[in-house]
Ligand binder design. Sequence first.
Ligand SMILES: Cc1cc2nc3c(=O)[nH]c(=O)nc-3n(C[C@H](O)[C@H](O)[C@H](O)COP(=O)(O)OP(=O)(O)OC[C@H]3O[C@@H](n4cnc5c(N)ncnc54)[C@H](O)[C@@H]3O)c2cc1C
Length: 423
Amino acid sequence: MNAADLDIIGTDQPIFDPSAFRLTEQEAELTALARRIGKSRFAPRAEEFDREASFPTENYNDMHEAGLLGICVPKENGGHGAPFRTYMMTAAEIGRYCGATALTWNMHVCSCLWTGALTDDLEMSHDQREKHLSRRAKHYNRILKDGAIYSQPFSEGGAAAAGVVPFSTSAKRADGGWIINGKKIFASLSGHADYYGILCGEMKEGERPSRRDTMYIAVPANADGVKVVGPWDPLGMRGTVSRTLIFEDVFVPDEEQLMPRGIYYQAATRWPHMFMTLSPTYMGIAQAAFDFTIQYLRGEVPGLPPVKRRMYPTKQMGVAQMHLMLEQTKALWFQAITEAAPDPTREQVMRAWAAHYTVMENANEICQLAIRTCGGQSMLKSLPLERLYRDSRCGSLMLPWTAEICLDRIGRESLYLPGESDD
Ligand SMILES: Cc1cc2nc3c(=O)[nH]c(=O)nc-3n(C[C@H](O)[C@H](O)[C@H](O)COP(=O)(O)OP(=O)(O)OC[C@H]3O[C@@H](n4cnc5c(N)ncnc54)[C@H](O)[C@@H]3O)c2cc1C
């Protein structure tokens, strides 16, 4: 990415002002980079990826060049070594300009964040740690050197992705590796990722499947027995290309294990904020809908006649409602991502669910208010607002923390202390 290129366009105000929110230097720098690349490169391309439901390959080339594919690769491996909060705020800035790019980038980044900073906080034997460090270094090298892209297909259409039952996609021990069989639905980046970072259940002879035996393995996209099937023509997030993946007796060598045996279960139980990483895309969309509304009502949208609509009290009320929701969402989300760490308190986990729910639902509500407030011409396909509205609808549906599951858990946890029941 040519720095001079990026400067031509000028940038928007940050979602989280570095001085007001006391960001670290690295946070200020990475969020500024995301705003520059997002506005100059991703925003102009977003309409086409959405219309054609095609994958944003050009955006990935730009992110590779700008070093963003390695944002969560540890510094000692040559990446930015961005901690959780830094990544989350950077992703929000990307989501502001292209939702599908931010959401798919999240799947890729998790393969580094979860194997990197997150597993550094978990317990492993000395041997496990040594092996893990050497394996992850190979994954990171592919990403930084070759621009390899990883995806994160977990969903199977049943309760496994909700964290309720074991995955039915199976990994069976074989000489020097694993044999994978199964099916993943809604696999974002299908046909475009170089590695599919799947969650699957280790099949142990004579034992019933258990969530404790969940394995996290990178399946090379070009391995024998891997197939991408089915159409992709959804309401929103069309550029994610989330088709169905089939694995039929796919052999994967040991070194493709992204986490040692048993460690994913430890991560999911001890580091629950790991599931919040789907939310920054929607934080960015909420900000984008607000930004558009201000520009539109001031008569400043490029290419449109300079008609001002800001003088009507009803429009001002609509904008005030949006502003309130945006500030409330930002404040809660910022607090939750700031306190992400291993072994959070019950209150912190409840706040993470509350923040996740709030971002997902408010992003859609803010987009809805934006269309109502701006008026009929604002929802034409030539403008970004109707895409933001469609994309924003997808957030609440994403497992494991759908809006319904967040409500369910918050309600139960509020009324029952640990260990309490009505029996
Ligand atoms: C644009 C887009 C991109 C996506 N990309 C990915 C991706 O890259 N990787 C990936 O793994 N997934 C991805 N998903 C899938 C997503 O995370 C969900 O798995 C999917 O939306 C669930 O659809 P469903 O119809 O099976 O949902 P549902 O039927 O709502 O849920 C599936 C199952 O979860 C359980 N469940 C649901 N709600 C509850 C509840 N309240 N309490 C207990 N159990 C419950 C039930 O068993 C239910 O049958 C994507 C989804 C979208 C929309």
